[in-house]
Design a protein around this ligand. Structure first.
Ligand SMILES: Cc1cc2nc3c(=O)[nH]c(=O)nc-3n(C[C@H](O)[C@H](O)[C@H](O)COP(=O)(O)OP(=O)(O)OC[C@H]3O[C@@H](n4cnc5c(N)ncnc54)[C@H](O)[C@@H]3O)c2cc1C
Length: 409
């Protein structure tokens, strides 16, 4: 090996050590991934025509009973609480395995998820709170929702106005939350309120666990997706001091921990959808004949396939790198933002291309492409919009917290 540009010579020690980067899966990871792949192929994909038909009638694709039957079937094979610690009855898997599973689940639009998961911040609840909220959530007997967004505070979450006023041993909550996923179905809410106006997000926001029977109201919001979030109203809702999750004034950190938990998971699911969409597009292109030839023979179509395949591959490594960093306990925030941004942007470009390949049929509700088109659009908005991810990525770089050389330096 000759001298490098900067006159350094690669030492034999460095070159003969052998590779330390391993892009392969362990036998266990492969086994888990393959099990889920088979489950999706055998149990989930066959439900697709029925799910599409129901959703066209404005009904839920899967009833609660059907979802539970599928979840129980998976549980009997050990698939329960993928990331839930074994001490809580889960599989205790890491981020890479969770991402691999999410990619497989993303290959179908059937709204299936494995049972046994709970919001990460509930694990830091007190023993008593864990009994009332965490364990029933893991068992699926109670449903949670996470409420920080307000009509006047979305990207700028620090601007929330919902307040909690202390009266003796109670807190009185007032305010409005919006776009809360599962907010109309939830049994309890993790709601973020200002408890010290002076401090605001810097030590003056607190998270409360509030049961529905404490009196908060919810109204579903109709969206372009198949199932909508809800608006929540708190009018003099009283809770005991023991309803605080974590510490008084430390709610904003909890909210960021919840949001930051799985930014790689959303693009992982989209990645699976993109794989399936491109496969569907190729199948269509091989069979659709125009001007005497399958459209697959046309360069315009081939470029759509090629660009999509390259982007899917790039997304795979962004997602898996972020997940790998989480498993290693490294600071993964920059990688997670990159995976979320790239996944949102590219999944939308890919589904648009696949819809285009299908021509008029792509625009109909007979095929699931238009459904995916609407669903994937959300990825560019929630849990940090594209613009907010760009803001985070650029700020990390400009402040020197991250390098364009990536995590290898
Ligand atoms: C289906 C759905 C489910 C959701 N689920 C939940 C949930 O469970 N819990 C919850 O609390 N919230 C939830 N949200 C809320 C979601 O996180 C917010 O909608 C999102 O953060 C954007 O906030 P906003 O809608 O107020 O838009 P805004 O913050 O008003 O942004 C409007 C536009 O301005 C851009 N923008 C804002 N600030 C900047 C800036 N500094 N620089 C450049 N551009 C900027 C944004 O990127 C966006 O394009 C959900 C939303 C949807 C649609």
């Amino acid at each position: 090996m000759g001298p490098l540009d900067d006159d350094r010579t690669i030492t034999p020690d460095r070159t003969t050590k052998g590779p330390t980067m391993d892009f392969d899966l362990s036998a266990e990871e492969r086994e888990i991934r393959d099990w889920v792949r088979t489950f999706v192929r055998k149990e989930i994909v066959p439900l697709e025509p029925q799910v599409l038909e129901r959703e066209r009638r404005n009904e839920r694709g899967l009833t609660a009973e059907e979802l539970k039957t599928l979840q129980d079937k998976a549980r009997s094979s050990g698939f329960f609480g993928i990331q839930t610690p074994e001490s809580h009855g889960g599989m205790g898997q890491g981020a890479v395995v969770a991402a691999l599973i999410e990619i497989e689940l993303g290959r179908s639009f059937v709204p299936f998820r494995f049972a046994g998961e709970a919001d990460n911040i509930l694990f830091s609840a007190t023993e008593e709170q864990q009994e009332t909220y965490l364990r029933p959530t893991i068992e699926g007997t109670r449903r949670s929702c996470f409420a920080i967004t307000e009509p006047g505070a979305g990207s700028d979450a620090r601007a929330i106005r919902t307040s909690a006023r202390r009266e003796g041993d109670e807190w009185v909550i007032n305010g409005e939350k919006t776009f809360i996923t599962g907010g109309h179905e939830a049994d309890f809410v993790m709601v973020f309120a200002v408890t010290d106006k002076e401090k605001g997000a810097d030590g003056g926001v607190t998270c409360f666990l509030v049961d529905r029977d404490r009196g908060w109201a919810s109204t579903p919001i109709d969206t372009m997706g198949e199932w909508g979030p809800a608006a929540l109203v708190f009018e003099d809702v009283r809770v005991p001091h023991s309803a605080i999750l974590g510490e008084e004034g430390k709610g904003f950190e909890l909210a960021m921990r919840w949001i930051g938990k799985g930014r790689y998971m959303l693009p992982a699911r989209a990645l699976g959808s993109c794989e399936r969409l491109v496969e569907m597009g190729m199948e269509w292109a091989r069979n659709r004949v125009t001007f005497g030839e399958p459209i697959a023979n046309r360069q315009a179509i081939q470029w759509m396939v090629a660009d999509s395949a390259v982007e899917i591959e790039a997304l795979r490594w962004l997602v898996l790198t972020a997940a790998w960093q989480v498993d290693r306990g490294l600071d993964s925030r920059q990688s997670q933002s990159m995976a979320k941004l790239y996944g949102g942007v590219k999944a939308n470009e890919i589904v648009d291309r696949v819809l285009q390949m299908h021509g008029g049929m792509g625009y109909t509700r007979e095929l699931p492409v238009e459904r995916w088109y609407r669903e994937l659009r959300l990825l560019r908005i929630y849990e940090g919009t594209d613009e907010i991810q760009r803001r985070t990525i650029a700020r990390n770089l400009l402040k020197g917290h991250a390098s364009v050389r990536g995590h290898l330096g």
